[in-house]
Design a protein around this ligand. Structure first.
Ligand code: AVJ
Length: 323
């Protein structure tokens, strides 16, 4: 058995710094103010997200794991994948269920995690390699908002996009992403998408506004990232965490709401930004899906759904689709 890890990092060294600068300038000078959720995930943000996944109120991770445990052998049989590409792999924890099934099915040779975090993707790849010595692992540091650099690995490939990360896109971003995904695949390939389903607003809001305040800390961590990376002077205590169900768009929206009027200085951007009392900064969209609509969106993007799996309580779905 040979073990090999290749880390591909095609982004220029200053890619993330430049993008952060651009996102923050655009987002904080807009009305209403917004920032993209990808900037939550520094080391502390990733750790807070892991704590969120264990909260009693945050059901999506458990529901998705339940589906994977029950149906991974099915997914393996349907795809017979030689390569598993995982987008937004993070800690790759749930992936093990999928890897086990694909290895048991005798087809898997190659695992290719893709993540924006170099630390997350290499740590995950290294710990998986220790446990799966027969796998060839190619970790890619990439920003799949803008590019989908799949490694040149043998097909059939299964591209997994789990955890309802797809819910973070607005409708236009989602259409663009799915179109690029479809274009990157060959007819032998398949995608497996995890999507959270519409349910009672009370359950949804509680999942994003937990009793222990972990999600509030996660939300405010964005301000700490801006303080560190841009020399900004945000006081996380000057904002309240808010989670709101947007009924017409069928999504949970997270906000930071100013407790009083104040002005922030961002030296790296040579920018001052004023928050009025009660003014909000939208930090995340978490879209919830209905099966028919998601199926239509996928088909329109050139990805035809072939199988749907849900947990017994119908909270979450995994959909398998092919170009
Ligand atoms: C990782 C983007 C799927 O939207 O549910 C959890 C992130 N934000 N609690 C989600 C998150 C607040 C999560 N995703």
């Amino acid at each position: 058995m040979t073990t090999s890890l290749t880390v591909r990092d095609t982004l220029p060294d200053d890619h993330f710094a430049r993008q952060l600068h651009e996102d923050v300038r655009t987002g904080l000078t807009a009305d209403p103010k917004t920032l993209p959720p990808k900037w939550f995930y520094d080391a502390r943000g990733s750790e807070l997200f892991t704590r969120i996944t264990r909260l009693p109120e945050y059901y999506p991770t458990r529901a998705e794991r339940q589906i994977l445990r029950a149906h991974a052998p099915d997914i393996a049989a349907q795809t017979r994948a030689r390569t598993l590409v995982e987008l937004g792999s993070g800690s790759s924890e749930k992936t093990r269920t999928l890897l086990d099934a694909l290895i048991a099915g005798g087809t898997l040779r190659h695992y290719a995690p893709v993540d924006v975090s170099r630390a997350a993707v290499t740590d995950a790849a290294e710990s998986l390699m220790a446990d799966y010595p027969s796998l060839e692992v190619t970790a890619t540091v990439a920003d799949f908002d803008t590019e989908l650099p799949f490694p040149d690995a043998p097909g059939p490939r299964l591209v997994a996009f789990l955890g309802s990360t797809i819910g973070n896109f607005d409708p236009a971003q989602r259409t663009a992403f799915l179109g690029r995904l479809a274009a990157a695949l060959t007819p032998a390939d398949a995608v497996l998408i995890g999507a959270d389903l519409v349910k009672s607003p009370a359950t949804l809001v509680r999942a994003y506004d937990d009793a222990q305040g972990v999600t509030a800390e996660f939300n405010k961590n964005l301000l700490r990232v801006l303080n560190r990376e841009l020399g900004a002077d945000f006081d996380p205590g000057a904002f309240d965490h808010q989670a709101v169900w947007n009924e017409s768009a069928e999504r949970v929206e997270m906000y930071l709401r100013a407790r009083y009027g104040h002005t922030i200085t961002l030296p790296a951007l040579d920018l001052k930004v004023t928050f009025a009392l009660g003014e909000t900064l939208r930090t995340e969209l978490s879209t919830k899906f209905r099966r028919p609509r998601l199926g239509t969106e996928l088909s329109r993007s050139g990805l035809n759904p072939t199988h749907w799996w849900t947990d017994p309580q119908n909270r979450f779905t995994l959909v398998l689709a092919r170009p």
